[in-house]
Design a protein around this ligand. Sequence first.
Ligand code: SF4
Ligand code: SF4
Length: 178
Amino acid sequence: MKVEKKKKIIKSIKIDVDKCNGCRACEVICSSFHAEPKYSSSNPARSRIRVIREPYTDIYIPVYAGEYTPAECAGRDKYVIDGKEYEECAFCRASCPSRPEFKEPDSGLPLKCDMCEGEDEPLCVKWCLADALVYEEREEEVEEEAEQEELEIGLESMANKYGLQKILDTVARMSKKD
Ligand code: SF4
Ligand code: SF4
């Protein structure tokens, strides 16, 4: 299979937990941006960024949602940084069965940060007046399997032309013939 080098933009949010004051403005704007219709409601439980808060120990950790995992991991990590002990799982970005974060409250479906697709900068970063969130972009060279990409482009154009359901029906019909 042909492997090609490609340029890819890696997007990330640098989080400074010492600057976060737990105001939760990031949760408000994220859930509101992703509401249907957009900005029609705001519910932090629907936010793709959650702030782990322990005010008594002055711990505020904004975490934005990463991958879905169907099973919780067997190990747990404890971090002690500058004398503060952080809860197990506090820095984990997974939508995981072990905790309520990063699940759509009505459907239970996992939530994942999409970097506010379509916006020039993530809205949680814009709304964080404490500058605890800093958006960063860098370009990296990655190896991509060209054939896989060609296949995906081909499938996408067929789906646009005939509709995804028709393609799925055709594949199902073809596999029955074998
Ligand atoms: S908006 Fe900024 S300061 Fe407020 S909770 Fe979110 S990350 Fe922390
Ligand atoms: S980048 Fe956008 S989608 Fe991701 S956590 Fe921030 S507001 Fe939510």
